[in-house]
Structures are given as structure tokens and as C-alpha cells.
Design a protein around this ligand. Sequence first.
Ligand code: BG6
Length: 489
Amino acid sequence: MKKTIQFPEGFLWGSSTASEQIESKGNVVEEGYQKSNWNWMFEQEQEKFFEQRFAENDFWNRYEEDLTIAEEMNFSTIRLSISWSKLIKEDNTTNQKAVDKYREIFKTAKDKNMHLIVCLEHFEIPQVINEYGGFGNRKIIDDMRIFAKAAFTEFGDLVDRWAIFNEALANSAAPMLGIHPSLKENRTFANYLRSLWIIPVAQAAVIEEFKKILPEGKIGSIFVGSKILPRSEEKEDVEAAKLAEMMMFRCYVDPAIKGEFPMEMVEHFKSLDEWPEDVIHEEDFELFKNNRINWVGANYYKPTRIAAEEGEVENFDVTGATGAGSIFTHKRNYKLFTFWAKPGARMNKHRGMEISPETLYARLIDFKDNYGNIEVIITENGMGVSNEDRFRNEEGQIQDNYRIQFFKEHLYWVKKAIDEGANVTGFTMWTYIDNWSWVNAYKNRYGYIELDLETGKRIWKKSAFWAKELHKTNSFEIDEDSLGKELDD
Ligand code: BG6
């Protein structure tokens, strides 16, 4: 049966992007900025990147054009991020050239009446920081204060809403697995555990700086909004999922919203003789208590299904999101947890990810019931598809019906959560123009707008017209019989 899904008035619609993924063409050092961790990894291991490509969108020079597309698509919001390596110089002073450029970009978005969301750290850090171990070393807490302070001071008058991290989970796990840049000698289990503490401390430290400069402002952080689900109701699976929930979600979210770290996790690793005793400083507890966020970003692509570990226990993949497998080796004689793929589940086969919009709903209800119904924006959601050329019609337009259906189903469940009282105020999909995605480079295309890599042209896909209407009317139509069916990709 056809149904119209109507969103509340003032609901924010737009898209998310990230500085490293859209701004530059290649290495930026010759333009007077610091080398980023990704510039370094590309120099070292270019073969790891799909088709050996680095970012080519060139938003740095084409922002006017790209933000005009956003305006034409009736965006009421956009989420950008700031490059740490560009804004801050190696001596920790502010780079005026970057300040001027970001002010131009941010003003352009504001002139187009967009609620401007800016994220500080989206997987990119200066290489000098990566060298000393990044989020595995407490030194980053002070360095991040400096970066955040500069951003709040220089752009506080233009930015409507700040986010501290994009997916802290990836900052902890992916460098340890070598999926994100890291020095081999820094890839240790102890450093991974350290990062589970250091990231929330850095988060609280940034909030402390924020309150001094922008006391009335909106400060949040962006988490993986996937609900962590046990394979079965068996005790071992439930326990494994509980541990995974602490290591992949609660250690970042609980301090930020409740002011308390889930110490059960620390106790667990202490009892196994694994917890790095040097990482906790007494003053951290006060810092957590006194510095909380006032909104949450939830990125959602797929559910995280967890099972008790069986058999061999030495390898441990702590991301589950990458599909990279267990390449991190740590000798141990105890069990943690493992990722489980539900047999027969509906899949985005291009990305090897399960499609399960009701799991996003479950996390939104969790924020309502267990986190004081804090304001939530869905800061990422989208469908990455490779080789979309196959779907081009005679006029040359990509007919991405699968993407339209993907969004309809997720939004259907978001609206259900809103109807049940969840405080969800916006949806910034990933991402409106095809972009570069770390080691996957331009393999999986997420855009409403196609990026032609040969010409740099931005070309509207069918979904862009659908989204333009969604943003204008604040509503869309769905056939309820189509929910949960295979997508035509
Ligand atoms: C998200 C990240 O987790 O996934 C983005 O925040 C990323 O930065 C997106 O681009 C899609 O990733 P991928 O690897 O499927 O292209």
C-alpha cells in the first residue's frame, strides 16, 4: 500500500562530506600545508589504494559550483570538515591561508542558507602526529586542544553546529589494522586499548575548550549508529555482544553523554592483564563529568552482528566495517568476540554490507531510552555501488533506483522512531557528489551526483531529482509492500 511519509517542519536535509575526501588534488605540502597521514600513506603504499588514485574532487577550487548544486537540490544543511593538517602548522600555530579559505567556503554555504555543521576530525591528522602514534599516545590530547581552539576561534561566528570526531571507532581500530595510516611499530593491541581511553579524553578536552570560546554553542560528536546485535540469545553470544558494545560504542558515547566511562571494560582487560596502566590519569574522570556534548551524529550503513569467538583466538579484527579481515595479530589465550554474517540477509553486494534499516531505528530508540533522548542527526547513510555506468540510460543519466529505495526504507524507519518520540532533527546522507573514499578511492560511488573523473564534470543521477523533491516537500511516498525486498542493483 502506498503511504506518504511526512517529516516534521524544520527537519534538516543535506549531505555530509570530509575535507580529505573532497578538497585537494594530491599532496598539499607544496601549497604550504602540513603533510597529512593520508598523504604519507599514499606515498608509502600507493598500491593499497583502488586504482592507485588519490582525491580528485578539487572542492578547494570548485566549492562555489558544488555548493550551488547543494542549493539547487534544496539543502537546508551541509556537513563539512576542517583539515587539521591545513589549519595548523607544524609549530602548532594557525595557518592564515587555510583560515581565509575556510572562511570563504563557510560563508558561501551560509549565504546559501544552509545550517552549517563542521566536523573537526574525520580520519585525517598531520603526519607528525601519526608518527608518534596518533590516538594511541596521550600527547594527541593537547595537540587536539590546539586544533579545536583555533577552529572555534576562527570560525565560531559562521558554524552553526560542531562535531568533534567522525566515527571514533575507525580512529581506534583502522590504524591498528593498517587500513588507515599508521607506522607498523605503533600497531599494537596495547595502543588500540589506549586509544579507547584517549579518544574520549580528547573529546572531553575539546568540549572544555569549546565552552570557553562558544559557551552557548552546539557541540556534538559523530558515532557509528549501528546497533550491536548478538547472533543468538545464548549466553556466550550475548556476553560477546555486550563486550563489543563497550569496545565499539559505549567507550566513546557514554563519557560524551553521561560523563562516565564504562569501567567494566577496563576491569575486563585488567583481569586479563592487558590494560595499559599508564593511560588513565586521575583528572580524566572529572574531565568526563564536566564536559558533555549536546547533540549526537549517528552514521549508519549496516548492522553489527556479533558472535562468541570459537577456535583460533590470535587474530582480532576490531572494525568489522571494513571487510578487511583479521590482519591484526595479538597472541592471547582468552576469547573476545567475532563478527557474524547473518545467512540469507539482504546485502549491498558491492560493499558486502547487510541492508537493515530497522537496526538504525533500534539505535535511535536506544538514544531515546538510554541517553536522555539527546538530539540526533543522522550524519551519514548511503549506498555505495561500484561501476554505476551499467545503469546509464540513453540520455546518459544513471538510473539509481536502488539508491532511492535504499533511502526511502531508511527514512521510513527514521520516521517511525520520530513518531515514537526519538529526538531526530536531520538527515545528512553520504554523500551528494561521488567522492574519494580512503583506500577504496573512487570504487564505491555514493553520490546523488556523478563525478566524471576524466572531465571533472558533475552530472545529476536520477536520485538527485528525487532528493530535490524530498527536501522541498519534506516528504516522500513509499509502497509499504516494497519494504525489505531485494534492490534492483
Ligand atoms: C564512512 C566514513 O564510515 O564510510 C566516510 O565516515 C566513508 O568517510 C564512508 O567515505 C564510505 O566508505 P566506503 O569505504 O564504503 O567508500
